[in-house]
Design a protein around this ligand. Structure first.
Ligand code: ADP
Ligand code: MG
Length: 308
């Protein structure tokens, strides 16, 4: 099977969304952005062995490649629309591509997203997806904007993917799903648009990602580590180990937001969003935790870094 057959067979959709004027098959796609909205674009690459274990099922690789991008759109408060797919494959392995496409479109269809183009090359297995969505002008949730006194809250749970990775083949199937099939919190991001002051998706560990929010807002934070929303599989672990995984483990794809306390109460009263308060924004730069004695101590903000 050559490159063109492969694209036609596995990636060309039967129909495109109304906003897609021209999809796969020409030199480029043409889209009509939603009237009066701003486009939000992001791209993320997954490299075999670095961003997913080599034994990851093809369908899970497809799902995850899209999920990590949708998590970025969620963190911006965007309505996701569609995506482009750049595939580098060692060979035109039909069984692999079929399964890959299966996982990819399972997630795409769950959010009514259209694949509108991409590129296919031979090389070491890596997948780059460029996703896009829309927001009303001025309403994108940015990293900057946290204000002193804001509550810091997390949607989703923490530490499960890192724990699955550490456990390798010993990881329970339900836990392994957390690593292989993260659920992007698009509905949460959308609901927080116009209500949260800032947001970030937690992909490199809460401490590192919250660190970006603090830097962007030129503020600091005090965490109440007893309130971190741990993945259920971490509950039996020694508290220090669970805390390490929750603060420094990657691949959570939770959302971390800052918002005024009354806004959080209002959202929780509506009971549609599960937002866990985990701390407060303070003027003093840095990340701290409050001990049982009430005293503050510094929390390291290191996370996963390429080239570190
Ligand atoms: P070009 O040579 O102009 O770059 P390609 O042969 O790479 O064109 O692509 C032909 C068409 O197939 C284009 O519309 C492109 O967007 C689409 N395409 C290529 N690879 C993929 C892919 N992996 N997923 C979706 N669309 C793809
Ligand atoms: Mg090309």
């Amino acid at each position: 099977m050559n490159e063109f057959e492969l694209i036609r067979r596995y990636f060309q959709p039967a129909a495109c969304a109304p906003w897609c004027q021209l999809g796969i098959g020409d030199d480029a796609a043409v889209i009509a952005p939603p009237a009066g909205q701003h486009l939000v674009l992001c791209t993320d690459t997954l490299i075999a062995g670095r961003h997913f274990p080599l034994n990851t099922a093809a369908a899970d690789i497809g799902w995850k490649a899209l999920a990590v991008n949708l998590s970025d759109l969620a963190a911006m408060g965007a309505d996701a629309l569609g995506f482009l797919l750049n595939l580098s494959l060692p060979s035109a392995d039909a069984a692999f591509v079929e399964q890959f496409a299966c996982g990819l479109f399972e997630l795409a269809e769950a959010h009514q997203l259209s694949l509108i183009g991409g590129d296919t090359t031979q090389g070491p297995l890596s997948i780059t997806i460029t996703a896009f969505g829309a927001v009303p002008p001025g309403q994108a949730l940015r990293r900057a904007g946290a204000q002193v006194g804001d509550v810091i809250a997390v949607a989703g749970n923490l530490g499960g993917a890192a724990w699955a990775l550490q456990q390798g083949d010993q990881a329970a199937p339900a836990l392994r799903l957390k690593l292989d099939r993260p659920e992007p919190l698009l509905g949460v991001g959308r609901a927080l648009r116009g209500r949260a002051r800032c947001a970030i998706d937690v992909s490199d560990g809460l401490a590192a990602d919250l660190g970006h929010v603090l830097q962007a807002g030129a503020v600091g934070a005090v965490l109440d580590c007893a309130n971190l929303p741990l993945h259920p599989a971490l509950r039996g672990l020694p508290p220090m180990q669970a805390r390490e995984l929750a603060l420094y483990g990657g691949d959570d794809y939770a959302l971390c937001v800052c918002l005024p306390g009354p806004v959080l109460s209002q959202i929780q009263a509506e009971a549609e969003l599960n937002l866990q308060p985990i701390g407060e924004i303070i003027a003093q730069p840095g990340l701290f935790q409050r001990g049982a004695d009430g005293k503050l101590s510094a929390v390291e903000t290191h996370g996963y870094q390429h080239f570190a």
